[in-house]
Write a protein that binds this ligand. Sequence first.
Ligand code: HEM
Length: 186
Amino acid sequence: MKGTIFVELIKMAEDAFGEDTVDDVLDKADLENGGAFTAVGNYPCSELVKIVVAFSEHSGISPEDLQRKFGHWIMDHFVENYPGFFKDKKDTFGLLEAVDGEIHVEVKKLYPDAELPKFTTERIAEDHLEMVYTSPRPLVEFCHGMIEASLERFNEAADIQRCPVAAQADSAKFDITLTKKAGKAA
Ligand code: HEM
């Protein structure tokens, strides 16, 4: 997993808990490289999971909630650093439908060693999207946070139901029904 992702997670933690606490928590987290991550490095996803668990134990916030918060945080980071991917997107569904076939394709060109999830989407109705997330990495809550952050970005709101996918243990389906659309009330 890309070092930028680790760097951002640590920034989020510093923002929430302060630098000294973050240093303490990372010291105690039994990380392979002692907690020194650079944006250009590559690190196992299991290290990210260890960091999340360490901050969860420190703060009492569940690892699931921390992953979701991190989804929101990283979206702000992407908007700032990759504005081109957002320029022609008018709403949440337009953005989510572009992740697999467009955005992550470009990400892979920029970073050939990026480990990206797989998405399929199906527009059930104008206000209803099904999005199936498939990844060997345990980041479904992070994904959920990114979907929520996408909604916020377009000033939309939705009911998001998540369910497992039969016979596909590494997948989850997000059933997203808009309750507020861009530029309109409910
Ligand atoms: C401009 C927008 C985006 C950019 C630049 C971007 C880029 C990236 C990058 C660099 C990674 C890390 C890969 C690695 O560390 O090896 C990643 C992972 C991921 N991205 Fe995106 N992404 C974007 C939008 C989205 C959106 C909208 C979603 C959600 C629905 C999403 C879902 C994910 C997930 C869940 C992962 C974690 C990897 C996994 O679960 O297997 N991304 N993305």
